[in-house]
Structure formats: C-alpha cells, structure tokens
Design a protein around this ligand. Structure first.
Ligand SMILES: [Zn+2]
Length: 393
C-alpha cells in the first residue's frame, strides 16, 4: 500500500475548518463511492506531516472501499480521531435550497450532504490537529491519528472493522478515541455518547398444520402459537434499564401469514422483531432467553437472529471528563453523558480503547438541506484542539 512519509511536512500549514469541510462536501462520496474525499484528506494530512496508509478493502459480494489511517508522531500518549467520509444519498435533489455537493456557505451556515454527518466533524479534526502541530513546530507531543472509513453509512463490512484489524496487526493501538458523529441534539455542547445500545433482529417462524377452520382439531394453528409466544414480550420492555442505559426494548416489526382464505388454517406464520439492548445483555444471552421462553409454549418453530452490533459502554472517566472540560472551556457547558440513539462505528472501536462520540449538531443529518452553523464548526475545532492539548500534555 502506498505510504507517505514525513518528507515535505510543513508545520506552518494552516487548515481552515470551514473551507476544508466545504472541500470535502464537494467530493460526492455517497457510499460506496470514494468521490475524492479520501484523496483530499490524504494529501492534506501528508502535507501536515502525517504518515498516511491508504487501506482499500474488499470481499466477495461487497463493494471495495477506500479507508485511511494517518498518524503523526510515534510516542505515547496516542490520541485517535475516527470518522467516515461516506454520506447517504441526497434524496429529492430538486428539494435542496443549494446543491447538495456545492459546499456553499449561506446565512452563516455550511450547506450540503455530509455537512453534519460528518464531513464538518472531520474538517474540525484536521484543523485542530494542524493547530496543535503548528504550536509545536511540526512535532506535537505524543501522537495524533485519524481513522477514516468510506463505509459507515453502508454495510460497514470493508470499513472500520478491517482498519482495526490492520491497526492491531501493525501495533497501532491508540490510548483513546473520539468519533466525530453529530451527537448534539440542539446546540454544541449538549451531549456526548459514552456508549450505545446493541441491535438484534429476530425472525420467528412457527410451523403448524394446515386445515379447515371448521375442523380445528384436525389442524394446528401456527398463528395462535405465534401470538402466545410473542405475548410475554408484548409490553415491549425487557428490563428496567441500567446505570447508564435506558431499558432494553423489543418491537415486533411485522407479522406475516399471507393467507388469502378465511376458511383455511395456514401452515405457518412468521414474525420479525428488533431488540435494542443495554449492557445487561449480549446477543447470545438474548437468544438463549428467547429460546427458553419460546420452548415453554411447545410449538414447532425456527428462530433466526442477526446482531448488527453489541452494546458497549465507556465508563465515565478520564476521556469523558477531558471532553467535558474542553467543551466547557469553549462553549461554557458540559455535555450530558448519553447512550441514546442508533449505532455508530464506536461499537467496533470499543474493542481497542476507550471511545466517546462528540461532534456537531445533528438536527439535519440525512435530511434534505443538511447544514451546520459555521460558528459551530469553528467552536468544535476549538474544542478538539483544547482536548488534544489536555490529552497530550
Ligand atoms: Zn455518521
């Protein structure tokens, strides 16, 4: 894989976070397209003195994906910024106020697909790192790295998990990591995510015996079995929550029988459900719990589960405190520690080091007219720089 060394590094390279975010938005990197976004990052980080590793991964049945791992410095402590350059599709392009890939600034806002999720955050990573590098004449204390994937919004098969495998094999183990997802609901400094719930989807198929509705003793109705098997979970909640998590939930998303006849007992019935689970469970314990419960009802059934991510928690500690201190020093507020919301690549990174998510305001992510305040991009840059100073000190 190509590698760029420190030759030509220039500690006077300044990066304007808003300009750089606009540059990234103009790279149309809808998953799985690289769109030039990784190229832009690689050349800018190389000029700043980072050693860049372009990591292209592929496997049968998936699109090849370009990723980037870049590090400056070899000493401890090692701080890592993680994020993704890929973006979701624009949706109704005609509904956008400005072109989704124009990267235009208007009314104090930077507009475009990825402005919030999460090219604005990546631009703040780079601008903050450039500032710290400049403050130390090109040789910052410790090490700063960026783990950038082009496969977060897609299947996430050729992205962060494979970069982490590569990092482990290369002995590249950070001491802490911040993922720059847009974690703030309303204003910068509202919220950081110290963990996320896991997600497990189950497909339950109950097998009965088809027959005439007037002779039910000659049939075996799988729908009746299915209802009894789901009944213990019908209240939708699996526990009372834990110290840092909401209760785990189970939502039935569909029940399918496909029976067009009102005088026939069908042969089988299927339900699909999704469980969002806290740190009291994992995918294996949940499957055991489900099978134990279903077995008690005595019906013949098949259960297929798939887990898109286990729950994880970075216990409140040094990393979350440093982020809160840095945020408070810039915006005057300490972010709430939360585990709410969907999943992110932090669910993979947690296997390697403490990981917390903190980025821009997420109100417009994945929407038409995605946009962020340019003042927020500048403040987030200040927060990341303050965090680096504290962490590397
Ligand atoms: Zn994202």
């Amino acid at each position: 894989m190509p590698e760029a060394g420190n030759e030509g590094a220039d500690s006077t390279v300044a990066v304007d976070a808003v300009d750089f975010a606009g540059h990234l938005i103009r790279c149309p990197s809808v998953t799985p397209a690289e769109g030039g976004a990784i190229d832009v990052l690689e050349s800018t980080l190389g000029a700043l003195g980072f050693t860049c590793h372009r990591l292209r991964f592929e496997e049968a049945g998936t699109d090849p994906i370009d990723n980037l791992y870049a590090r400056i410095g070899t000493a401890a402590p090692h701080f890592c910024f993680a994020g993704h350059t890929d973006v979701v599709p624009v949706g109704d392009a005609a509904a956008w106020t400005v072109g989704p890939f124009d990267g235009a600034v208007r009314d104090g806002l930077l507009w475009g697909r990825g402005a919030a999720d999460m090219k604005g955050g990546i631009a703040a990573f780079v601008a903050a790192a450039a500032r710290i590098i400049g403050e130390h004449g090109g040789n910052p204390p410790g090490s700063i790295s960026l783990l950038i994937t082009g496969d977060e919004e897609g299947p996430a098969v050729n992205g962060t998990t494979k970069v982490l495998d590569w990092m482990e094999a290369a002995g590249e183990i950070p001491d802490a990591c911040v993922v720059g997802e847009p974690t703030n609901p309303n204003a910068l400094g509202d919220m950081m995510k110290i963990g996320r719930r896991g997600s497990l989807t189950g497909t339950l198929t109950v097998l009965g015996t088809q027959g005439h509705v007037a002779y039910p003793h000659l049939a075996d109705n799988p729908i009746h079995h299915l209802l009894r098997m789901l009944e213990p979970f019908a209240h939708g909640q699996l526990d009372e929550g834990t110290a840092h998590f909401q209760p785990s939930t189970l939502a039935v998303t569909t029940i399918d029988v496909g029976n067009p006849a009102s005088n026939v007992v069908p042969a089988k019935a299927t339900a699909v459900f999704n469980i969002r689970f806290n740190d009291a469970h994992n995918s294996q314990s949940l499957e055991r719990m489900l099978r134990d419960s279903f077995d008690q009802k005595g019906a013949r059934y098949e259960l297929v589960t798939s887990c898109s991510g286990e729950s994880f928690l970075t216990e409140p500690g040094r990393l979350s405190t440093l982020i809160a201190d840095a945020a408070e020093s810039v915006v005057g507020r300490r972010p709430e520690l939360s585990t709410t919301g969907g999943t992110s690549d932090a669910r993979f990174i947690c296997r390697m080091c403490p990981v917390v998510e903190f980025g821009l305001v997420g109100q417009t992510m994945h929407k038409v007219d995605e946009r962020v305040a340019i003042a927020d991009i500048r403040s987030l840059t200040d927060i990341y720089a303050a965090l680096l100073r504290r962490f590397l000190a």
